[in-house]
Write a protein that binds this ligand. Structure first.
Ligand SMILES: NC(=O)c1ccc[n+]([C@@H]2O[C@H](COP(=O)([O-])OP(=O)(O)OC[C@H]3O[C@@H](n4cnc5c(N)ncnc54)[C@H](OP(=O)(O)O)[C@@H]3O)[C@@H](O)[C@H]2O)c1
Length: 281
């Protein structure tokens, strides 16, 4: 069978590393990109355990750097095909909007939105000329439902959702499929190292401090029940094998229910439920 190649961003940890493993297990050759290749151990140790290390090539890529994306393009030219791209690299900006410096919003968009767009633009010429390919953008429940205290993250994922809908329609005539994978809450580094709360909302004299504490309390209470990230990695691998994938794949406990409720309930009812749940204690 012809070799298939998948490019994945943000493979140093979490979903990225696990997706690289799961796609390699079903036969893909993986260009596993990460901005700091010294962090390859988690991925490569797992790959060795599975006996698939030969199928993984580590490539340095910071999705916010145009030079880095140019180097990726050069590398991709050496491959016979680029069959799958998974735009996974991301982090979660948090805090209350009034207190978040504009530069923090910009940084959030540079990675989650412009990073996704830049890497996709690098891959599209290959897929378009092949008339084949699948692009999986890792969105989030936060791309469908926005919670307070997380506006940079939610805004970035809503942007990824809108951009992906347009791109899907643009690429359909060329046989290139664009997919949104929308996880709920999973046990990865995004809630610790990957979460960047603006300093002001953590200061006691902030008017938002009590609300921030309640949201943090709610998150802490629920964190032990977050699901295993392998579920998302396996879902990505099954999407990569589909000939005609759908646009959206919500994944995780209660994700589809929340999306349905938000569209069924009147907004005023929805916001009462959300605020009561978050601020009840
Ligand atoms: N975990 C969840 O519950 C959840 C739910 C919904 C969606 N997601 C999404 O899933 C994706 C992966 O996150 P995760 O949960 O697996 O968290 P994670 O373990 O923190 O992984 C994030 C990855 O993105 C990389 N990254 C960040 N900025 C980058 C940049 N500028 N260039 C290249 N790589 C960069 C990180 O690299 P470093 O190691 O160098 O920081 C890391 O490899 C994100 O898009 C996130 O929004 C996660």
């Amino acid at each position: 069978m012809k070799h298939r190649y998948a490019v994945i961003t943000g493979c140093s940890s979490g979903f990225g590393a696990l997706m690289a493993i799961e796609l390699a297990k079903i036969g893909f050759h993986i260009i596993a990109t990460m901005r700091n290749t010294k962090k390859r151990a988690f991925l490569m140790d797992n790959a060795k355990r599975e006996g698939i290390q030969e199928q993984i090539t580590i490539h340095e890529l910071d999705v916010t750097s145009s030079n880095s994306i140019e180097e990726l393009k050069f590398h991709l030219k050496q491959l016979p095909s680029v069959d799958v791209l998974i735009n996974n690299a991301g982090f979660a900006g948090a805090g209350f909007a009034e207190e978040i410096p504009l530069d923090e919003y910009r940084r959030q968009f540079e990675t989650n939105v412009f990073g996704t767009i830049g890497v996709t633009q690098a891959v599209l010429p290959f897929m378009r000329t092949q008339r084949k390919g699948t692009i999986i953008n890792i969105s989030s429940i936060s791309g469908r439902v926005a919670f307070p205290g997380l506006s940079p993250y939610a805004a970035s994922k809503f942007a990824v959702e809108g951009w992906s809908e347009s791109l899907r329609l643009e690429m359909k005539p060329f046989g290139v499929h664009v997919v949104l994978l929308e996880p709920g809450s999973f046990k990865t580094g995004i809630w610790t190292t990957g979460k960047q709360v603006t300093e002001k909302s953590l200061e006691k004299d902030s008017p938002y401090y009590p609300y921030m504490l309640k949201i943090q309390g709610y998150l802490d209470k629920n964190a032990p029940f977050y699901e295993e990230p392998i579920i998302v990695a396996k879902k990505a691998a099954s999407i990569a094998m589909e000939d005609e994938p759908s646009l959206r794949y919500p994944v995780g406990k209660g994700v589809q229910t929340k999306i349905n409720l938000k569209s069924l309930l009147r907004w005023k009812t929805w916001e009462k439920v959300i605020l009561k749940t978050l601020y009840k204690n």
